[in-house]
Every structure is written in C-alpha cells, then in structure tokens.
Design a protein around this ligand. Structure first.
Ligand code: UDP
Ligand code: MG
Length: 310
C-alpha cells in the first residue's frame, strides 16, 4: 500500500506566505498520498480565512485553529496529535525551510531511518544578532543538557509514525520539541540544507519567545542547575573547614581581634550548611519534577520473538 505523508505547518500571522506555502508543498508532494495540517496559532490576520478557502478547494488541507496564541511548540504538538501519516514532516510556514527537500527526507526514511532532521548549512538573510544568539544557544544547551541535541537544527524534520506516537505520549507542558525528539532516540539522521530568507513577513519569534524557548530547553532537559546547589554547598563547607583552621591558628598566635573567630566560624559553617540543605531539597525537587513530567520510562524500537500483549 502507498505510504501516507502528513505535513504539519504552524502558522502565526502568515497571511503573506501561507498560500505560496500551500502551493509549494502541493507541488513537491504531487504523486504522494498526503495531508497538509495547518495549525493557526491564534493569528489575528487573514491566515485562517485563507486556510479555510484552501480547505474548501482541497480536502487534503486540514486546519486546526487555536483559541489564542499558544506558541509555535504548542502548534506543532497539536498538528502531531492529529497527523495520520506513516511519516510526518514538520515545517515552518514562512518557507525558510525549503519544501523541496522533503522528497529527500522521504527517501532517507524509506531506507530505514526513523527521524530525518534538517540541519542548516548556512543561514541566509539573518541578522548577525540572530546568528550569534543562535550559536550561543546551542553551546549553552550542550553544556547543560543531559540529552544530546543536534546543533543548527530547528523543528524541520520527518518522523516515522512510531516516533510520533512516542512523542505524543510525552505530556509535558513546557515543550522544547527538538530536544524531546532527540530524547526519544530511534534511528536519527541529519540532512543538510541551506536555510533561506523568510519568504515574506517578519519573524514571529520575538526576543521574549526566544528566551522562553531557551529556558525550556535548559530547564526541561536538565536538572544540572538544581544539582549544582549541592556542589556549591559542599565547596562552601570545605572552605569553612579551611577558615576554621586559619581562625584557630590566628587565635593561637594571638593575631585575632576578640569576636572575629566565632563570627567567621559561625558564618562560613552556616552558609555551607544552608547551601547544602538547599541542595538536598533540590534533589527531591528534581526527582518530583522528573516524576511529574511522566515521560515514558523506556521506548522499544524492535521486538524479536516477543508476542504482543493483549
Ligand atoms: N509560529 C507560531 N506561533 C508563534 C510564533 C511562530 O505558530 O507564536 C510559527 C510561524 O508562523 C512559523 C514558525 O512558527 O511558521 C516559525 O516562526 P518564525 O519563522 O517567525 O521564526 P524564525 O524562523 O524567525 O525563528
Ligand atoms: Mg522563520
């Protein structure tokens, strides 16, 4: 049977590009059995009207419209929830991700890869600021995150149905999709491409949205910061031990002003104890956090000689 391809396209104030986006996707996917899932993320312009008109003409166009702006990651999530394809492609509406490489993604998928992620070779038409902040962002992620998240990779990727199902089982609210997909594992391969200029309109990722995404990337993927408190406590306690020796020696040689020794000892020791206690609380918070997120404990990619449970 012919394999079905779903394409998920989040759109926020994209009235200037959405029609062209539809045309280029349709042209590329001709010959495939496909559906285009547009998620209107509470745009206040004509994006939804244009999408409705497209859906009337073309039954392969599915539209979800949000009650307000929930953000790009929520829009992609919603699209993935309803996608029915054997493979699902996530792509931006602004045509910065060229739809023309989708057939290459499909080819790699048919060769047995579960995730094909588009890796930017070059960023065209993006400000120095954007390039520098993006670079810093990936560096920071690498340092903090427990999951290895590929550099220069956005949300433009193809995922096999089993990966999408696993992804849909992740119920966390603060979502950083590219990290979540990296966390899932399976067979993932990059596909290099040149990121183009935005076709029209301007970026919807304000500095605030970018910062919030970076926060999610770090705090949803790592408990390193909270665990750091405990180490800080231990370092302070070690320092306190040094201070005690120094103070006692000074007292012994009569070099200490009255009151100084007790003050030094009490402050450093208490600081250490406090930080260390906070670190212990941090351990519990980290655990509660990991449990609350309810991620799957493991994911199976193949079963050999194992019968399916009823
Ligand atoms: N987007 C969205 N909701 C938002 C912000 C952006 O659905 O709150 C969509 C937007 O329409 C586009 C994609 O997410 O299809 C990426 O946004 P944008 O191109 O503005 O980001 P950039 O490429 O500048 O990082
Ligand atoms: Mg863009």
């Amino acid at each position: 049977m012919k394999k079905r391809i779903s394409v998920v396209i989040p759109a926020y104030f994209e009235e200037m590009v959405i029609e062209t986006c539809y045309q280029r996707l349709s042209a590329v996917l001709e010959g495939f059995d496909y559906e285009l899932i547009f998620v209107d993320d509470g745009s206040g312009d004509h994006t939804l009207d244009i999408l409705k008109a497209l859906a009337v003409k073309d039954a392969r166009v599915k539209v979800l419209s949000f009650s307000r702006n929930f953000g790009h990651q929520a829009a992609v999530t919603a699209g993935l929830h309803i996608a029915k394809g054997d493979a699902v492609v996530v792509i931006d509406a602004d045509l910065q991700d060229p739809p023309e490489i989708i057939p290459d993604m499909i080819a790699l998928w048919e060769q047995g890869n579960d995730v094909v992620y588009a890796k930017r070779k070059k960023r065209e038409g993006e400000s120095l600021f954007k390039r520098v902040t993006a670079k810093m962002f990936y560096r920071l992620l690498h340092v903090f995150s427990d999951t290895d998240i590929p550099e220069d990779t956005g949300d433009f990727r193809l995922m096999d149905k089993k990966v999408v199902d696993a992804f849909n089982a992740m119920g966390e609210h603060n979502r950083f999709i590219r990290g979540m997909v990296a966390w899932l594992g399976y067979k993932q391969v990059p596909l290099e491409y040149v990121r183009e200029k935005r076709f029209a309109g301007k970026t919807k990722y304000t500095l605030k949205k970018m910062l919030s995404l970076s926060y999610n990337a770090i705090f949803s993927f790592s408990v390193t910061p909270i665990k750091f408190i405990k180490s800080l406590g231990l370092i302070t306690l070690a320092f306190a031990a040094g201070v005690i020796i120094y103070v006692l020696v000074s007292k012994g040689t009569g070099n200490a002003i009255p009151g100084w020794s007790s003050l030094m000892i009490v402050t450093t020791v208490l600081m250490g104890v406090q930080l260390f206690s906070m670190g212990i609380l941090g351990e519990y918070i980290a655990r509660t956090y990991e449990e609350a997120r309810k991620r799957p404990i493991y994911l199976v990619s193949e079963k050999i000689n194992v019968e399916e449970n009823k």
